[in-house]
Structure formats: C-alpha cells, structure tokens
Design a protein around this ligand. Structure first.
Ligand SMILES: N=CN[C@@H](CCC(=O)O)C(=O)O
Ligand SMILES: [Zn+2]
Length: 425
C-alpha cells in the first residue's frame, strides 16, 4: 500500500544529524516542514517534504498513492510510551481514596497493599483474562497516538506469574497493532513471604528468574525498584549486573520517593535509562549527563501521588537526554493518556513544547533502543505516523486535557481514522 499525506499545516519531523538521543538545544529542534507531505510505501517512510519535490523525486509512487488530506492539521511521528506496567490484574481505586484521606504510597505498600495487592490480583488472573484486559488497554493507547509501548513485568514476583505477564506481552506483540517492548522487573518488590530475607529473594531473581528470561527471550531489558524499603543500591547493582551478563540491558526505577543514589548507580552500571528521578541528587544528574543515561521522567506519578516533580529543566540544561512517559500502572499512574502527561511536563517540569515532543518520540525511542527505527519521520524509518486535529503544534498543549489524535498510521496501515479505532483484527 502507498499513502501520501498532503497539505498538513505542519509536519513535525524530528529529523536531525544527531546520532543518539537528543540533548540540550537538540531537544528544541523538532524540524518542522510547513505545508508538508509524507510519502509511505508498505511499512516504511519514503520521504517527507514539499509536494512539488516528491512529485519530481517519486513520480510513480505519488501517482499511485492513496491520498490522505491533512488540511488544517499537523503530522508527527507515533508516540513512544517507554515506561509502563502494562500487564496487570485488577485496579486500586480504594488506595487512591486512602491517599486522598492522608495515607502515603509507601505506608499502603508496607501494609500489604500497593504493588503487593496488584501482585495478588495478577497471580489470580488467568492468561486469557490478562490478555483481554491488556488488549483493551492497548486500544486506548493507540487511540491516544501511542504506536510503541514498553511493558514491564513485576506483578508476579514468582516465576510462573512473571512468565505469564511476559508471555501476554509477547502474544499481544504478535496480534495487536501497537509494538510492545518487554522489560523484566522481577525485582519490583520483595514478596511478603520473603520479608526479612530480602537477599534470598535477590538470589532467586538472579539465579532462577533472569537466566530463564534470557533463555526464553522474554525481555530485552532488566529493571529494578531501587528504593528505601524495597531494594538497596547494592542489591539493585547485583541484579542489574547479573542481567547484563545475560544480555539484558539495565534500566532502573531510581530516586522516586527518597534520594537513594539511584541516578549515580544508573550511570555506574551503564543503564540505558534511569526512570522517575523525582528526588535525584545534583551529583547523580551530572553523572547521568556524563554517562549519557536517558532520564525517563514520569510527571503523571508526581501528579497522582502529589509528590514533587522531577527536575526536568535542570536535567536538560545539564545535558541529560530526557524522555517522558505515562508510567501506566494501577497504583501511582493509572492513565493511558500520554498527551495529558506531555502537558504536565510543560506545566510542572519547565519543559518547552518542543522538548516535550522530542521526549515522547525520538528520545523515548532511544530509551527502548529503537532510535534508529522509530521516533522521527525520516526516509526508511517505520511508517508510524499521526495526524492530529490542531492547526499547529503549539495548540497540542494549549488545548489541554484533550485527545487530538485524528488518524494513526501504524506500520503503513491506517488503524485509527477520525479518532475511531478501525477493527482490523
Ligand atoms: N514505583 C514503582 N513501580 C511503579 C508503581 C507500581 C504500583 O504502584 O503498582 C511505578 O513505577 O510507579
Ligand atoms: Zn514504573
């Protein structure tokens, strides 16, 4: 199939000569083509530019293309949501209510709620139910313009359930339009029955679970919740190094609730990204900048937990590449709207409209080791393209709290039209 998107007010290409994730002023350069076109052949982008130029360069393709008229709208790469806890059982609205009444996130978790409550529900939920539930969630992500999503395990804390979560993600990767990238997070919490025996559980993760994840090729990344009362920096380091030895790239939940040297550890172990960083230290931020560790910031979590926001402005100014994500999970961020999260990043982390677009496309793609395949509109990249019903990109955040997604093209196929999901499955 050949598609030509024409007459867009703006095509936000994110094209650049930069070779890796964007830093500092590169995050500001979103390379807008006014009155632009995008030419797509099969599942690839052929070219982006002015119609007159494409007609000269690709006359046959232009002639046979199906035309999508984007008059009055803008075009941009599909959004990449690079930190989610996609596959899980149950919901936790009762904890939300407890927090509104004064309980804290960690108090609830230490009393057996929080991650432990979702672990119980995920263990009890069958593969089929999890598959159906997650499929519906992916539909919502897609309608909000997300074409690639990361999925962390970590609500099993035993091998059978961790495997079940990862296999649900794997199966949906084969059947759903949204691309899913899997992260193993067996070290998301210490299971209740390992209380006071934390190191024994660390050994289970290292010697029992991680080798199976690698052998069955169930994940590309290995993540750990490095937090006071969960896993110490030493335990986290052991887990991340063990994964690395098996070919799993380290990621880390760092400095979310208390400063705990998580950013420093991310830089030391060569993690691709450190995530959350609400209370990361100045030193940790500098070390991440030096190491090129991507900061995956999750302003929805700060919003929903009423916690201080990560220092996104400072991180960018210090040279840390920043990505933004929903952190979709049933406890601290139950939203599938990356557009809403983008607005929070502008309003509460001092990020510009352009930086937020970079953070949810190309930098998020690099946080998933896919910066060469997705995240910008450039020749030979995957044809994951959005048409948004706004007159210019500044209106994306100005008309806030709304879903502007009009059309989603995924792998060169129209999968959302006029805001409605086409049932191709
Ligand atoms: N902080 C750790 N993990 C998740 C929350 C998990 C939960 O509360 O269920 C997060 O990234 O926000
Ligand atoms: Zn998380």
């Amino acid at each position: 199939m050949t598609i030509l998107i024409r007459n867009a007010n703006e095509v936000i290409t994110l094209r650049s000569n930069a070779q890796g994730p964007r830093t500092k002023e590169q995050m500001q350069e979103i390379a807008v083509v006014e009155n632009g076109c995008v030419l797509i052949e099969e599942d690839r982008i052929v070219a982006v530019g002015a119609f007159e130029q494409l007609e000269v360069d690709f006359p046959d393709l232009v002639r046979k293309a199906d035309i999508i008229d984007a008059t009055g709208k803008i075009v941009m790469p599909g959004l990449v949501d690079c930190h989610t806890h996609l596959v899980h059982g149950g919901t936790r609205e009762q904890e939300f209510n407890m927090r509104l009444n004064g309980s804290t996130y960690m108090e609830i978790m230490n009393a057996g709620g929080g991650i432990h409550a979702t672990t119980k529900r995920t263990r009890e939920t069958s593969f089929e139910e999890l598959y159906e539930k997650t499929m519906q969630h992916l539909d919502v992500f897609l309608k909000h313009g997300v074409t690639t999503v990361e999925a962390k395990s970590g609500y099993g804390l035993d091998w059978d359930t961790e495997k079940k979560q990862l296999e649900v993600a794997k199966q949906l990767q084969a059947t759903h339009d949204v691309d899913i990238v899997s992260t193993f997070m067996g070290a998301h919490a210490v299971p209740r029955d390992y209380k006071e025996r934390e190191d024994e559980f660390v050994d289970v993760v290292i010697h029992d679970m991680l080798p199976k994840v690698a052998e069955l090729k169930l994940a590309e990344f290995n993540d750990v919740f490095c937090e006071k009362g969960v896993f110490t920096p030493e335990q986290s380091q052991r887990i991340l190094e063990a994964g690395k030895a098996l070919g799993l790239t380290p990621k880390i939940h760092a400095d979310e609730i208390e400063p705990y040297q998580g950013a420093e550890l991310a830089a030391e172990v060569g993690a691709i990204s450190a995530e959350h960083l609400l209370v990361a230290s100045d030193k940790g931020i500098l070390k991440m900048a030096e190491a090129g560790t991507i900061a995956v910031l999750l302003p929805g979590t700060a919003f929903f937990l009423r916690a201080p926001y990560a220092r996104g402005r400072l991180m960018i100014d210090e040279g840390v590449p920043v990505a933004i994500s929903t952190d979709f999970n049933p406890g601290s961020s139950p939203t599938m709207s990356l557009p809403f999260i983008m607005n929070l990043a502008c309003m509460h982390m001092g990020m510009t409209l352009e930086e937020v677009l970079t953070a949810t496309t190309i930098n998020a793609a690099y946080a998933l080791n896919r910066g060469k395949q997705i995240g910008s509109l450039e020749a030979n990249k995957k044809a994951d393209v959005l048409i948004l019903d706004v007159a210019n990109y500044k209106q994306l955040q100005y008309f806030y709290g709304m879903n502007h997604t009009h059309t989603v093209i995924k792998n060169g196929q129209v999968v959302v039209q006029n805001g409605i999901l086409l049932n191709n499955r």
